[in-house]
Design a binder for this molecule. Structure first.
Ligand code: HEC
Length: 150
């Protein structure tokens, strides 16, 4: 009986801890060393949407759902490791032919803030699509792995 109560309290403390840690990081990042993006900042997302429509939608589809180029709001990045830093690097330097790519570099024609805003827009769209059930949650397996031992 006491053991069960202790275990329940233990789980509660762990869950509370996770909630507290995650709420202190409002932005989006894939791991501690990744660049945190202000996905809740409507102004940055709006700027990113503007640049995306001008420079990216032609190949990646409106809202980044994919077209000639791959989907950028599905949470899967085959060419770039799925981190904000790597995705920004890909956008800046492009994907050269010797890496099997054909996308040009944007680092010379877009300011750094615009590239950050574009990825912030992509991540906010990704979150919205996962939440609305439009796409399957690509990160779901991570939660499944959180099994508490008996
Ligand atoms: C002329 C077409 C074209 C334009 C314009 C374009 N892309 Fe791409 N992009 C591609 C293609 C095609 C690929 C797939 C790899 C390849 O063939 O180069 C790609 C790949 C990518 C990837 C890698 C995805 C992965 O799986 O890791 C990212 C990120 C990306 N594009 C972002 C952007 C952004 C952001 C913009 C606008 C600033 C943009 N692209 C504009 C054609 C384009």
């Amino acid at each position: 009986m006491i053991f069960t109560v202790n275990k329940t309290i233990g789980i509660l403390v762990m869950v509370l801890g996770i909630v507290m840690v995650s709420s202190s990081f409002a932005g989006h990042k894939m791991h501690d060393a990744d660049l945190e993006l202000d996905v809740d900042n409507a102004e940055v997302v709006k700027q990113g949407k503007y640049w995306f429509a001008r420079r990216c939608a032609f190949c990646h589809g409106g809202g980044g759902i994919g077209g000639k180029g791959p989907c950028l709001t599905c949470g899967k990045f085959a060419y770039s490791a799925n981190t904000n830093v790597d995705i920004m690097t890909t956008i800046s330097i492009g994907i050269p032919l010797n890496r099997g790519g054909s996308m040009g570099a944007f680092g010379t024609t877009m300011p750094a803030e615009a590239i950050i805003a574009v990825v912030t827009f992509m991540r906010s769209e990704e979150a919205r699509r996962i939440k609305s059930g439009e796409i399957e949650d690509p990160y779901a397996h991570k939660e499944e792995a959180m099994v508490f031992p008996e």
